[in-house]
Design a binder for this molecule. Sequence first.
Ligand code: CA
Length: 220
Amino acid sequence: MSRKTLNISDELYDYILSVSLRESEVQQQLREATRELPVGGMQISPEQGQFMGLLVQLIGAVRTLEVGVFTGYSSLSVALALPDEGHVVACDVSEEWTSIGKRYWQEAGVAHKIDLRLGPALDTLDQLLQAGQEGTYDFAFIDADKTNYSHYYERILQLLRPGGVIAVDNVLWGGSVIEHDKQDEDTVAIRAFNQQVYQDDRVHLSLIPIGDGLTLLRKK
Ligand code: CA
């Protein structure tokens, strides 16, 4: 009987990918192009992208949100999993990074599903709420500035339908969450966010130790 998650050695990780990763050529090209950037470490892992694609299909998502696009690998993974009428409202502040993603979204034939909104995501989410879209989204991915996580969460929870799912990235923050000498504002914000959602009766949750930690929250 297993009492906790296995430690994943490099060899075991390679094995996991060898028997489960089904990455398209365009996804692979985007991932490799991003890896060469100085900030390439911000990219999600390919098995996490695939997991989110599967999740979107499991809940039959059509309308989705993304806060923090970076170079677009997660948007691409979700868009590929969505039906043709599905879409991603993708929020980011960086024209530089998202312009990389745009090229690959085009190449993968999913650009029509991704509605990129450049600007502070809190403003975009507020605009969606003001436009009467409360309760109309099926899925959301939060992976942007950590100090705003709780604000993104509160707005997205309003935008989701009951049964909708939020996936939140980097909730283990490289293990810093349990290192008491780490008191920088990102680490403190992630600890506070983890406690906040743990206490929140409006959602069911599970923290999945994939990538840098991914919390799934289902709106009741
Ligand atoms: Ca991330």
